[in-house]
Design a protein around this ligand. Structure first.
Ligand SMILES: [Zn+2]
Length: 380
């Protein structure tokens, strides 16, 4: 049976549950989807929204379904934490105020709140009443990493829908089945996207991302012979490339703003502009994380070759450069370089500037793997 839930890959139980909910007309007012990053929660939330709003329970074809799918339906709202540490109380108050407004196109409104594990107690308090008893035409879908990481006062007011962790090999298999990609390409994309099938599909489709990956791998394979100036140039180039997808996001934001400028109040436009700015920051962060994920997977490959298990190499298209790097280093040093990369990833989440972070990481990888330029003490 083809419906909006068909695309919730790797989650058969979730799919059946949501199907039964729609078929039985038993949609409740608040859901909490729990599961690790990459378990398809966001996609499932949009599919569920489609089925709730579409007059044919999510046909996937009608104008309503198309709008939801393209994330352009005014009655499906998506929110992510806007503060560095999580949801801001003001942000929650805005959402609460918004729920009392009538739907624009459909008969109901769906609110998707991502990362509610980052909903602190004061923002949660501002939300509890709405969560318990939202207006009749509102459905709330909350997304969180684990049930335990979400405040109990939130959990107890929602119908909890658990998503399973999809192992990387299974995720790659799903990707092969659904995109026709080769097994190698699928594994590479899954590694670069930290296990997320949805992001991996985007990654495979994007020439720009594939070029980004090639450049990162090129830099890594050149490190052994690079002098300090080379390393600085590489880092600068990679940071510029990491920011490239922002142009696309910015263009679509401007287009959207131009479309709505006629009927929106100045204050509403300012709000959208502020939200757009935060979306750009999030996108840039995602791209940087993709870069460190690609570096990690290359280092893991070098480690696999050093450890005598070359069959575990994921980036098989650059096997020659991986073997060359492995020949210049050993297992312990490759493991140490990998640890440095995990550390750099953490530094990025603490808002260390990407330039500083990547400079330090490339120097660190070079000195750890090859013992050159070891006077440079990385500040990651
Ligand atoms: Zn439809």
């Amino acid at each position: 049976m083809a419906d909006a839930f068909e695309n919730i890959l790797g989650q058969p139980q979730v799919r059946e549950f949501l199907r039964a909910t729609i078929a039985g007309g038993k949609v409740s007012h608040a859901y909490l989807f729990t599961g690790p990053a990459g378990s398809n929660k966001t996609l499932a939330a949009y599919a569920f929204a489609q089925s709730i709003l579409c007059s044919q329970t999510g046909c996937g074809e009608c104008d309503c379904c198309q709008r939801v799918m393209r994330k352009k339906h005014p009655d499906v709202r998506y929110f992510a934490p806007e503060g560095a540490g999580g949801y801001l109380v003001d942000q929650i108050r805005d959402i609460v105020a918004d729920t009392s407004l009538a739907p624009i196109r459909a008969h109901k409104k769906v609110y998707i709140l991502d990362r509610v594990d980052l909903l602190g107690s004061s923002s949660a308090n501002a939300f509890l009443k709405t969560l318990e008893e939202p207006p009749d035409d509102v459905v709330l879908i909350l997304l969180g990493r684990t049930r335990e990481s979400v405040l109990p006062t939130i959990v107890s007011r929602c119908q909890v829908v658990p998503f399973r962790h999809i192992p990387a090999t299974e995720a790659a298999g799903i990707l092969v089945q659904n995109t026709g990609a080769t097994k190698m390409a699928a594994e590479i994309a899954i590694q670069a996207c930290d296990g997320s099938i949805t992001k991996a599909i985007e990654f495979l489709k994007s020439n720009e991302r594939m070029t980004f990956r090639s450049r990162i791998l090129e830099v890594l394979s050149s490190l052994a012979l690079a002098d300090d100036w080379d390393v600085l140039t590489y880092a600068e180039d990679l940071v510029v490339r990491a920011k490239a997808p922002l142009d696309v996001v910015r263009a679509s934001q401007e287009e959207e703003l131009a479309e709505s400028a006629d009927f929106l109040a100045k204050s509403a436009i300012r709000q959208i502009e502020a939200r757009n700015k935060r979306a750009l920051t999030a996108k840039s962060f995602e791209s940087l994380r993709q870069m460190t994920a690609i570096i990690r997977s290359w280092l893991r490959d070098v480690l696999a070759v050093c450890a005598g298990v070359p069959e575990l190499v994921i980036n098989a298209d650059v096997r020659a450069s991986i073997e060359e790097a492995a020949a210049r280093t050993d297992e312990a040093r490759a493991a140490a370089a990998l640890a440095a990369c995990v550390e750099a990833d953490r530094a990025l989440t603490y808002n260390v500037s990407p330039e500083t972070c990547l400079d330090a990481l490339l120097f660190e990888i070079r000195s750890t793997l090859y013992g050159t330029g070891s006077t440079h003490k990385a500040a990651v």
